[in-house]
Design a protein. Structure first.
Length: 151
């Protein structure tokens, strides 16, 4: 797994969220993508899946008890204004990230597990547990990168 560090300025992701669990994650993300990709593609061909825990509709720290896992499928936005009708918008704060390229054809959920269990420890990074978001970024060719906030 190729991993690099990158500092990213704050930005907005506008799109469509779904409440999910690890067991139904792949199916739920596929449904989101099927339902909204063409609508979002009218804005950009670079997509994000931002994941976070939510309680009462607001993002909370990942370790907070009682939250639900949310995946938001969207595109980068220039402001907090949703880019398409019915979309929501979240602010992703600036941070330093460990970034891993997902090998072409590899299952993304398995890549996340490898990144957390092997990749992060191998590079000696510490995950920033006070940061609320993890995300997947897809370029215009569909290549996927995983982004984890690190200290």
């Amino acid at each position: 797994m190729d991993i690099r560090f990158e500092t990213k300025n704050s930005f907005y992701v506008s799109g469509y969220p779904t409440e999910t669990t690890e067991a139904s994650l792949e199916k739920d993300c596929a449904i989101l993508r099927e339902k909204y990709e063409s609508k979002l593609r009218s804005v950009s061909n670079r997509f994000f899946f931002a994941s976070y825990m939510s309680k009462d509709g607001a993002p909370v720290l990942p370790m907070t008890d009682g939250g639900v896992m949310i995946y938001l499928f969207g595109v980068e936005a220039g402001s907090q204004t949703p880019v398409t009708e019915g979309a929501t918008c979240i602010a992703i704060p600036a941070a330093r990230f460990a970034v891993a390229a997902v090998p072409k054809g590899a299952p993304i959920l398995a890549a996340w597990h490898e990144f957390f269990e092997k990749g992060i420890p191998e590079i000696g990074a510490e995950i920033d547990m006070n940061y609320m978001f993890y995300f997947e970024a897809f370029d215009e060719n569909g290549a996927c990168e995983l982004w984890i906030p690190v200290k």
